[in-house]
Ligand binder design. Structure first.
Ligand code: MN
Length: 734
């Protein structure tokens, strides 16, 4: 930067500072100004070498936060000073002791609280799930000003987020929607809440945001006309009653319009209450309620009110301190419009929250007023901890009924579609994490991979190098991303097994004096009634191609003449069948219940289910299990009257099926035995370990292992390989 530029910047900083004092909502004494001046000088000095991502001097940020605190929220000098200093301890060489020495205990305590929050957000080993976050916000600090300044800090960060990388923008915006906007709402900081929401939408869904913004600007003129018509129609009646008032249009925020569009599934044009009419009147505080109802009476003389949409927040103010009378009337042009009737005092409270409330109650210069508010707010937060939690949950659920928010162990927020499972979460982190998912922990507890996540859950993925996706995984996930990743991995795996299978098959054929080439492969594919050569090699790799059947094939083939015609006919018919009924071909085994057991069954004659159909089993009195299609005409009455006799059933591809087998292994305990054992199991032959335990007793080793395999032959091979390990004495199947 040149000297001229620096000088310009210094002037700008000085201007900002003067402006800060000017716009303070609270009256500032000379002592207050001294405190703020010292805080300003300290912050300027502390941040002098820092710049923000946008390139501007860092000090502009704390000043902007202090301005929000001073003017928009209307806090006291202590808070303004703390806002100026909020990043000093976190980012510079100044310590908490320096803060206390220079500014006293209160400011130091607030800065300490703010430092703790930003540290919590950055520390990797602190679990920052929603629950903890809320608790932290509600109980960590004995001064509620910490949270308020934090909200102001977040607002300014959101306002100046343009120069950040987009993944950070989305993360910060999601967090803002989840935590900060609801908190601002709870504190009665209506304007700030609205701005936070709109800014969040701008970064999470830029296209949606821009399109609504554009349309809002387009409809501006029409809105002004409407309000003018409304104004003209009731002005005279109000004037006759000597009411001092003004009428304004209050546009609905972009975020609220979006929310309504989603909730009611309507287009922008169909949202009828895109703005409200606000009547703000001047009067003595004793007359407020009376005049509000007087205005109500005049408005409803002109326009028919909707009786179910009357809200009297004057007689019983909202917990946030909000007071007003809301009515909805059939306004000009036959459109329902909300009319908000507020005194000037009520309007100020609506915009500033409790700070204004107490100003009116106690007088502007009475410090006790603000303190009383802070104490009350603190109490409200502490006493209603459960409600605050519910509040955040509900708020968010209403907003994003199709989305949930979960946390990583580091406290990063992730959004997933509703219904997503812990395995979906793993794939959302990275496909390489997904592929290696061995288990998942939700809120510290181990859960199945199919566990459906809820908002606020903290999810941890346990990975292992040896884990690979299995076909079952497809049932554990709901997101398209996870599904396609698992499918492609299964295909890779299939190809790997097929490559082994091809070699194996080639060797076996050699013994039968047959060369493996395109011709013989095609013949084999049709002989085994398969679809592709990949299927053939895959089955060979799994050990599903029977030696005896291969010999049959060789015998048939050696009789060239006959087999030539046979092949021709078979090939043709098989080909047609496959095209006609691909599903039938793939699903070849019917299994029952959760455990996918193989049971005896009969296909019912009323609906004649075929492989691949959606089916269920019905336990009959004399004929065992009968299988019906889910859409069988008899299904409804069977399900309704004999629910207890219904048994889950489905068609599966037996080549994809997993078998669970328990093995008991005994031997002589020696160094490295367990290691060798697990190596043999998990490195060989596509076997997954499901459960494993070992014990030794006086040098005798016993291991219990549950494995899953896709084929029974694999188990025999596995047992043989385990027996070869040095020290292993016996392997038994249980
Ligand atoms: Mn900051």
């Amino acid at each position: 930067m040149t000297e001229v530029e620096l000088e310009k910047e210094n002037t700008a900083i000085a201007n900002e500072y003067r402006n800060l004092l000017k716009i303070s909502y609270q009256f500032l004494t000379d002592e207050d100004k001294k405190l703020i001046r010292l805080a300003f000088n300290t912050a300027v000095d502390a941040h002098k070498d820092q710049r923000r991502k946008s390139g501007e001097a860092y000090i502009f940020h704390p000043i902007a936060v202090a301005k929000i605190v001073a003017a928009e929220i209307g806090l006291d000098a202590t808070s303004i000073a703390a806002a100026l200093l909020h990043d000093v301890v976190e980012d510079t060489d100044f310590t908490l002791n320096d803060m206390e020495r220079l500014f006293g205990e209160t400011v130091a305590r607030i800065v300490d609280g703010l430092t703790k929050i930003s540290k919590l957000q950055n520390e990797a080993d602190v679990s920052l799930q929603a629950e903890n976050f809320r608790k932290m916000l509600l109980t960590l600090h004995d001064d509620v000003r910490v949270i308020i300044i934090k909200i102001a800090d977040r607002l300014h960060n959101m306002q100046t987020m343009a120069s950040m990388p987009s993944h950070k923008q989305v993360k910060i915006a999601s967090e803002t929607l989840y935590i900060y906007a609801p908190l601002a709402h709870r504190m009665g900081l209506y304007n700030i809440k609205t701005e936070l929401e709109d800014l969040s939408l701008k970064y999470t869904e830029p296209e949606v945001y821009n399109s609504i913004l554009e349309k809002t600007l387009e409809s501006k003129e029409e809105q002004n006309d409407y309000i003018k018509t409304f104004n003209d129609s009731i002005r005279e009646s109000l004037d006759n009653q000597n009411i001092d008032f003004q009428i304004k249009g209050r546009p609905k925020s972009i975020f609220s319009i979006r929310k309504k569009m989603l909730k009611q599934n309507v287009s922008f044009e169909e949202v009828y209450d895109k703005f409200a009419v606000r009547i703000i009147y001047k009067c003595d505080q004793e007359q407020e309620k009376f005049i509000a109802w007087k205005i109500y009476s005049i408005v409803t003389d002109h326009y028919r009110p909707n009786p179910v949409r009357l809200r009297d927040w004057i007689s019983s103010p909202k917990s946030t301190g909000y007071e007003a009378l809301h009515i909805t009337v059939m306004g000009p042009k036959g459109r329902w419009v909300e009319v908000q009737i507020r005194s000037e005092r009520m309007n100020e409270i609506a915009e500033k929250g409790y700070a204004a409330h107490y100003k009116y109650k106690q007088g502007a210069k009475d410090e006790g007023g603000l303190d009383e508010w802070l104490v009350k707010l603190q109490e409200a937060l502490e006493n209603n901890e459960a409600n605050a939690v519910d509040f955040i949950e509900q708020f968010k659920l209403n907003l994003y009924s199709k989305e949930i928010f979960v946390f990583t162990p580091k406290g990063d927020l992730k959004s997933l579609p509703k219904g997503a499972t812990s395995l979906d979460f793993a794939f959302s982190i990275h496909s390489q994490v997904g592929y290696r998912t061995r288990g998942t922990r939700v809120n510290g507890k181990l859960v199945p991979l199919s566990h459906v996540l809820k908002s606020g859950d903290q999810v941890e993925v346990i990975t292992s190098e040896n884990t690979k996706p299995t076909a079952n995984w497809l049932e554990y996930v709901t997101t398209a991303r996870a599904k396609s990743k698992i499918k492609s991995s299964l295909n890779d795996e299939k190809k790997k097994i097929a490559a082994d299978g091809k070699e194996l098959l080639s060797r076996k054929l050699k013994q039968l004096k047959i060369t493996l080439n395109e011709k013989s492969v095609n013949e084999l594919v049709s002989f085994f009634e398969l679809k592709t050569s990949l299927d053939l090699f895959y089955r060979a790799g799994l050990g599903n191609i029977d030696n005896k059947r291969l010999k049959d094939f060789a015998a048939e083939r050696s009789n060239a003449f006959i087999s030539f015609f046979k092949k021709r006919t078979r090939k043709q018919s098989t080909h047609e069948e496959v095209n006609k009924d691909e599903i039938t071909h793939k699903y070849d085994l019917l299994v029952f219940g959760k455990e996918e057991e193989k049971l005896n069954y009969k296909l019912s004659s009323c609906c004649n289910p075929i492989p691949g159909d959606q089916v269920f089993g019905f336990v009959t009195v004399s004929e065992g299990i009968k299988v019906h299609k889910t859409n069988c005409p008899n299904s409804v009455s069977l399900q309704a009257n004999y629910a207890y006799r219904i048994i889950k059933a489905k068609w599966i591809d037996s080549s994809q099926q997993e078998y669970f087998t328990d093995l008991i292994i005994t031997g002589i305990d020696q160094l490295g035995l367990v290691n060798n054992l697990t190596m043999v199991i998990s490195n060989n032959m596509h076997v997954n370990i499901k459960k494993i335990s070992f014990e030794t007793d006086d040098g005798v080793f016993t291991g219990h292992i549950t494995v899953s395999v896709q084929n029974k032959n694999t188990i025999d091979k596995l047992i043989n390989n385990i027996k070869k390990i040095n020290g292993i004495d016996r392997v038994k199947r249980v």
